[in-house]
Design a protein around this ligand. Sequence first.
Ligand SMILES: C[S@@+](CC[C@H](N)C(=O)[O-])C[C@H]1O[C@@H](n2cnc3c(N)ncnc32)[C@H](O)[C@@H]1O
Length: 211
Amino acid sequence: MKKMKLKELESCLQQVDVFEEPKLLLEQYPTRPHIAACMLYTIHNSFDDIENKLVADLGCGCGVLSVGAAMLEAGFCVGFDIDEDALEICKRNMDEFELKNIDVVQCDVCSLESDSVSKRFDTVIMNPPFGTKHNKGMDMQFLKTAFHMARTAVYSLHKTSTREHILKKAKDWNVKMEIIAELRYDLPASYKFHKKKSVDIEVDFIRFSMK
Ligand SMILES: C[S@@+](CC[C@H](N)C(=O)[O-])C[C@H]1O[C@@H](n2cnc3c(N)ncnc32)[C@H](O)[C@@H]1O
């Protein structure tokens, strides 16, 4: 089958519906189509970690990463999220694109540590909550679960300011860490008193490989 181009992927992902009433405490902001497309394209083309692979998307929200992975011909992609409203939108997106190689599970990612998911996925992809909304440490909880589930690699976004801490944790957990790209990420301003609509923060796109 003909390989999908980056522009083509990005323009499909622009049609993915996003959160209607984002929940602040769950850090519900969607990955922008341009960033999502670049992430997935790199995972697919540079590392061959999507096509025919079993992929998990932790904190899938409305599914921009899952939908993109399914379009790049993941063997199967499972999106996990705690929020049923987000998952409803995610299912709508799956239906609109007529994707059959994708499904969702409603659960708290932090309690997904049972044997039933241990090393069950080739690849884990995620844009986790950064742990900035009274949920400190949530980014690390997501990583811990991702390492538990992945056989080959985990791809994730993290605030650059946490890089040293993550490096140390990756070492403790015996996981190899590679910064693939440094991004400027526009986070929607979350409080009424914020004057700007969004704030730019520095974010690392990281690949972790299981040793
Ligand atoms: C930054 S958003 C990313 C959404 C989506 N993956 C994307 O890239 O557009 C983080 C997502 O994590 C979900 N989430 C937050 N805490 C969670 C938890 N404990 N378990 C599962 N999902 C959670 C939120 O509902 C939200 O959809």
